[in-house]
Design a protein around this ligand. Structure first.
Ligand code: ZN
Length: 434
């Protein structure tokens, strides 16, 4: 149990993975599965790593674990292109270093596909740093973001900012493939770009850390230290993303709920003989009711939003988060924008489902060819609010392919999209690693 909690604190709140429902499935949500990743694999393959630089501000340290050179080259180019899109949108003061690997998950990690699903891969911050915020509250920051903030003295950094690994056995379509994308193929750049955004910190900490399979309540990440005779519980810690979350009904900050839940530390003290001991105490406390309320809110549509710092407290400017899934889905709920609201808009990128058979260019085309590129206007606000320096104008590093039949009117495009979604049986789902 101690190891369980320890591993949670190290990685869970930020670690993202994607899982494909595989072959034919009519109900994509039934195929969630939680799989852990062995980070040692990055070390094992380090000899084959290649450093490639774009403009030195988003560096991909690429490792390919398969013999198919063409596939390796395609994957490397995909990582690089996603990085170029990001550096065309964000001005990095210090370079972001990505540990990117592409290999056969089944052969190397024994994560094999079954009849229903195949693990596609994912990305996350490689290191999380806890900082005291300007409101006096400690929050977890991804290292990539800490590097962009102004400090007199920086904390110790790890070698990588983002860890990304993708499964070479997935039927990806790559920009530059001679044939158009097929209905069962997924555009590699599209999902790498989505995952890189998570790696930059677009992820909520709110989760059920005591029961991932069947969530009963939600809290930010429990901060626990192992001491000789038991554990020291030091409160629940939000991610920097969570600082800007509000109830859409009232505009009240979610941080107020965190503060209320954390009063348990003063009330019951820090020391517990075991993690189980803490859980029992927490579940019988008055603070626990707040965390139960959070689960209810997080499974009620249009209930939570991200209020960007230029919103002037106008709730209509809040970005609506994904809270339609019930039961709560770890990794899909909260850490994405609302699918129904944003699927056909220029902010499509951070919805939790991506359709196969559609290229990044298709998504951009359908959503009206936003001049700011694949990172939509609201996503820019989120990243800017968290502390990234967003460029005012966007110069596309490349022109993504468009495979859809030509359509002229916007209304017609929407109709076409509906039929496309119905036809395609396979969806891509973004999920957490546990
Ligand atoms: Zn995601």
């Amino acid at each position: 149990m101690i190891n369980f909690i320890k591993s949670i604190i190290i990685s869970i709140a930020f670690f993202i993975i994607i899982i494909f429902p595989y072959k034919t499935s009519s109900s994509s949500l039934e195929f969630h599965k939680k799989i852990s990743i062995n980070r040692d694999d990055f070390v094992k393959r380090s000899l084959k790593s290649k450093r490639t630089s774009l403009n030195n501000n988003f560096q991909i340290i690429f490792t390919c674990g398969i013999d198919d050179k063409k596939l390796c080259d395609n994957a490397q180019k995909g990582f690089e292109s996603a990085g170029q899109i990001i550096t065309s949108t964000i001005s990095f003061k210090n370079p972001i270093i990505v540990n990117a690997s592409f290999y056969d998950f089944c052969k190397t990690d024994n994560q094999c596909s079954n009849d229903n699903e195949i693990v596609a891969g994912g990305a996350s911050p490689a290191k999380i740093i806890t900082l005291t915020d300007n409101d006096g509250i400690k929050r977890n920051y991804p290292q990539a973001l800490v590097k962009q903030l102004q400090f007199e003295r920086y904390p110790d950094f790890g070698p990588f900012d983002i860890s990304a690994k993708f499964n070479s056995e997935v039927n990806y379509w790559f920009e530059g493939d001679n044939s158009p994308i097929k209905s069962d193929q997924t555009d590699f750049i599209l999902i790498v770009l989505h995952e890189f955004i998570h790696g930059l910190g677009f992820v909520s900490s709110w989760n059920d850390f005591f029961n991932f399979i069947n969530p009963q309540e939600l809290t930010p990440v429990p901060s626990v230290a192992i001491i000789n005779s038991g554990i020291s519980f030091n409160g629940f810690i939000e991610n920097i993303f969570d600082k800007y979350l509000i109830f859409l009904s009232s505009g009240d900050s979610i941080t107020n709920i965190t503060t209320k839940i954390n009063t348990i530390v003063k009330e019951k003290g820090n020391f517990y003989q075991s993690p189980e001991n803490f859980i029992i105490t927490f579940k019988s406390s008055t603070q626990y009711q707040q965390s139960q309320m959070m689960l209810e809110i997080a499974t009620t549509p249009f209930s939570l939003g991200f209020l960007p710092n230029n919103a002037a407290n106008n709730l209509s400017n809040a970005i609506i988060l994904e809270t339609t899934l019930n039961p709560f889905k770890t990794g899909s709920s909260l850490g994405h924008v609302d699918l129904k609201t944003y699927a056909n808009t220029s902010d499509f990128l951070m919805t939790y489902i991506q359709n196969s058979g559609m290229t990044l260019g298709d998504y951009i085309s359908i959503s009206g060819n936003y001049t700011g590129g694949p990172i939509g206007p609201k996503l820019r606000q989120v990243l800017g609010t968290m502390g990234y320096d967003i460029k005012e104008s966007y110069f596309s590093p490349f022109i993504p392919s468009v495979s859809l039949k030509k359509v002229s009117a916007t209304t017609k495009i929407s109709n076409n999209l509906d039929s496309i979604i119905i036809i395609l049986p396979i969806f891509l789902i973004f999920n957490f690693i546990i």
